[in-house]
Write a protein that binds this ligand. Structure first.
Ligand code: IPM
Ligand code: MG
Length: 369
């Protein structure tokens, strides 16, 4: 059988730098674990706009559809702020999510022991934290119609976006949350605003339906999303899996990310329906953005992107043990005190470069053999 294919889309800002470190890791797994991938690379976001005038070409879209997994760095930057909405770098990413139908976005928030002091919350509140946010990624207010800006009747303008969810859209993402919960702490908390939104009432009812009919053995609770945000910072360890819509998931996952100390640590997987070969359509990307302020300086933390590749090993390539190996290598490096600039505590120290962090992870992988 041919080697599985990976399409790398480094994108903008720190994307190319952190992706260069992932390449070292991919090479390591090929050399040392005989896990060989057929890797190709292409442009997305501002980089694609600069080259082609669009944030994602049809050719790149087709390559992404055909790939066994897509790894994306980051998109966007101040240089592109003035562009028309339709060609902004973010539209490239949103097109990938929508056309690949990546409805289930897994955003783990895990607190590494070595970093428990970096959280803005007290250590005992975050130490050992391990939660998974499942964000619906292809519907809701991000894509609902009607949308747009148009003149109103009073000489002003009106901006419109539509929150819209169907039964099937809710049920399929709920199923992926229950499936994950069964392999973790067996608990799902669903978040919406059923107190003010009809789409929230439907969300709550459909998640409950999937629970009652298909996963009665999993513990299910419901929370209004604003209360959920509050509980996330009050006592995050009460949660195992959180399932929520596209917009609430965007907000709550940034909030959960910060609990762990640094946005530079958090990976994500966006999964769709199984392809003909049984693998899910999949795109992996760090939760952090393109960080234009530090781009090109070798300061970025590559760990979120490296851990995104670990998620690819687990969810696309059925290599859970190798994913564990990579995650443990990252943990070992952190336990050794190796730190990029974003992980410098108040006591200071000398940060290592992006490349040195990647090399340290490779060394830890060597040591794991
Ligand atoms: C995210 C980002 C994106 C989103 C942007 C870059 C379009 O914030 O992945 O969380 O809003 O979904
Ligand atoms: Mg976001």
């Amino acid at each position: 059988m041919a080697n599985p294919s990976i399409l790398i889309l480094p994108g903008d800002g720190i994307g190319p730098e952190v992706m260069a470190e992932v390449r070292k890791i991919i090479t390591w797994f090929g050399d040392k674990r005989d896990l060989k991938f057929n890797v190709s690379e292409d442009l997305v976001g501002g980089a694609a706009y600069d080259a082609h005038g669009v944030p994602l070409t049809d050719e790149t879209m087709a390559k992404a559809q055909a790939a066994d997994a897509v790894l994306l760095g980051a998109v966007g930057g101040p240089k592109y702020d003035k562009l028309d909405f339709s060609v902004k770098p973010e539209r490239g990413l949103l097109r990938l999510r929508k056309e690949m139908d990546l409805f289930s976005n897994l955003r783990p928030a895990q607190c590494f022991d070595a970093l428990a002091d970096f959280s803005s919350l007290k250590k005992d509140i975050v130490a050992g934290l391990d939660i998974m946010i499942v964000r619906e990624l292809t519907s809701g207010v991000y894509f609902g119609e009607p949308r747009g800006i148009s003149p109103d009747n009073e000489g002003g303008r009106v901006g419109i976006n539509t929150q819209r969810y169907t039964t099937e859209e809710i049920r399929r993402v709920a199923r992926s949350a229950f499936e994950l919960a069964k392999r973790r702490g067996n608990k799902v908390c669903s978040m919406e605003k059923a107190n003010v939104m009809e789409s929230g009432i439907l969300w709550r009812e459909e998640v409950q339906w999937v629970h009652d009919n298909e996963y009665p053995e999993v513990e299910l609770s419901h929370m209004y999303a604003d209360a959920g945000a509050m509980q996330l910072v009050r006592w995050p360890k009460q949660f195992d899996v959180i399932v929520t819509d596209n917009l609430f998931g965007d907000l709550l996952s940034d909030c959960a990310a910060m609990l762990t100390g640094s946005l530079g640590m958090l990976p994500s997987a966006s999964l769709g329906a199984p392809m003909a070969n049984g693998r899910p359509k999949a795109l992996y990307e760090p939760v952090h953005g393109s960080a234009p302020d530090i781009a090109g300086q070798g300061k970025a933390n590559p760990i979120a992107c490296v851990l995104s590749f670990a998620m690819a090993l687990r969810y696309s390539f059925d290599q859970g043990a190798e994913a564990d190996r990579l995650e443990q290598a990252v943990e070992a490096v952190l336990a050794d005190g190796v730190r990029t600039a974003d992980l410098m505590g108040p006591e200071g120290g000398t940060p290592v470069s992006t490349g040195a962090m990647g090399d340290a992870i490779v060394k830890a992988l060597d040591a794991s053999l």
